[in-house]
Design a protein around this ligand. Sequence first.
Ligand code: ATP
Ligand code: MG
Length: 665
Amino acid sequence: MGIDYRAELNSAQYEAVTTIDGPLLIIAGAGSGKTRVITYRIAYMLDSHIPQKAILALTFTNKAAREMWERVRTLTGKKLTNLTVGTFHSFGAQILREHIHLLGYRPTFSIYDTQDQKALLKQCIQEVGLNPDLANISTIRNTISAIKTGRAVWNAENEVYRAVYEEYHAHLRAYHAVDFDDLIVLPIRLFETHPEVIASYRERFRYILIDEFQDTSILQYHFIKLLAEEHRNLCVVGDDDQSIYSWRGANYENFALFERDFPERKEVKLEQNYRSVQTILEAANQLISHNTNRKEKRLWSGRPGKTAIYLTFPSDEREESEYIAETIRTVVLKERIPYHEIGVLVRTNSLMTPIEDAFLRHNIPYKLSGGTSFFERKEIKDIIAYLRVILNPDDDVSLLRIINTPRRGIGRQTLHMLGEYATEHELSIYSALTSLLYAQGLPPQVARTFDEFVSLIEEFGERISRRTSIAETVRDLVDRIDYFEYLMQEHRDNEKVARYRYQNLMLFADLIERWENDPDNLNPNLGAYLTRISLITKDELDEEDTKGKVNLMTIHAAKGLEFAHVFLAGVEDGIIPHARALEESEANMEEERRLFYVAITRAREALYLTSCRQRRVMREDQEQTPSPFLEELPDHLIETKAPPSDLTEEDVEDIFARMKSRFGS
Ligand code: ATP
Ligand code: MG
């Protein structure tokens, strides 16, 4: 059965879907079917006999990429063995796995996450002898990233970090490791220095589609442009009102660049919102119209709605989370909304804890995205570090993490000696270890320990190269290093914790197994797996099943998603807008408003806003004022609900009066 494109798309969408040659720009508001257009467009291309191999679709999160892939598969009923759908970072990593040797790295390179990066930076700071007062790791990390991605240049102020910057990169290179920025920076370098490489990619990917274009960085834009400028079959889709990553270098002026670089483009506007009921959409439109720096859009919804926005003022975060949990219970029971159709959104991670507490008390199943990722737990990171060393023994950061975990009795002094030797001979620590062993100049006890360690790494390295199951290898490794025993010792006073952490490792092995045995996975090797988990960011703990669970997440993580009912907690001044934004500029204020807009537009049927009168911040009870954005929502669309406690009508008026006197109106 073919797809009836005319019936399933409105006329603007149809035009966008069927215009496949030449550059195409789709700027449209929330819920207008942008992502739907991308999926149908891919299906349409396949129907027009464009091979899967020639299509590249990039989006912002792994979750979104997977969903897109899934939707194309359902839509077409085809097996998608050759279609590339991914994120910028996953696509960059894929390019590097294939060609990084041309830049002098080994294809088994490691990808460092924030934790690894910080560990390495600490070391570099010491090595260059930077004044400890200046050595704020996060500042240094941000500076390095800004310079690398072209968002900043060296100047009098950041010059002090130049030595660390250089040291850091020298180390990355020596370790055959790359950081996240490198996943875009290095492919660009590769394209620019190896014409045959860019030529092969241009020839292969003749059709390129980009979702969430408003959040691409200038560097990512440059990357796409390199790929597309010859064949020019580039379709970009985005909404300037939903640009929420400028702090990470997103640059929605990319729309202007695209217009400049692809002057022959066609443009399609989508103006009908299919997601939200009229009330919610009207509130969102009103809110966003307060931003000055935007393209004017008129969004309308064909879905009439009764009051769908509820605002309450709980006395504190405990009452707030009680209210959220109780309302969810009611909605699920009375309106038969499944749990996974409910989203609870927060501006910052710290707001999640009381809500999780309430969910546990009320037995509400939930899934959290945006908190600490499963893959960042210590026990998981330890085993990942083993796997990285097995694959790439020159990865010093990972090696130092595991050389004494579990304890092998390698003392500080021995490690120091090893480090010195490695530096002196320009070797990685692992090579230093093997060459010292070979030279036989070590005290017997140390030699034995080193020897055991090297044999372990080599033995498992062989197993991996023989392509035995990775999951099996992980289970054996955990056994072999007696990690359970180590956990029991670490948690002598609480065995339960040790068992729990061991269980996590077993779950880790199961996740690998599932991945390895997935028939759609054409290349289940260790390198591919390590790449994959390095790319799972906090925003998307995507390994868990979401069916039957409430989604508790940050607004950033909720981008592109939709839920029948949406709760937004902590609608307070200093939270949204975030205190940091208030201090700074109008531009930041507009970004906070866009975040609020993204949150509101996730809802299909109903939206619940809660604004606490008091909140515990850093162990102190603090008086809270409602978010000034509440003032920008039209009064008549909002039902101020009787809150769960004893707040009277007068109290509510009083709260609004206070807010008005503070922000004017
Ligand atoms: P966002 O800005 O949040 O990313 P979007 O513009 O990508 O939103 P989609 O997620 O593609 O919008 O669509 C929103 C909802 O509207 C989806 O449930 C989608 O299936 C539905 N939808 C879009 N267009 C149509 C249509 N022509 N007919 C029926 N449903 C539609
Ligand atoms: Mg979308």
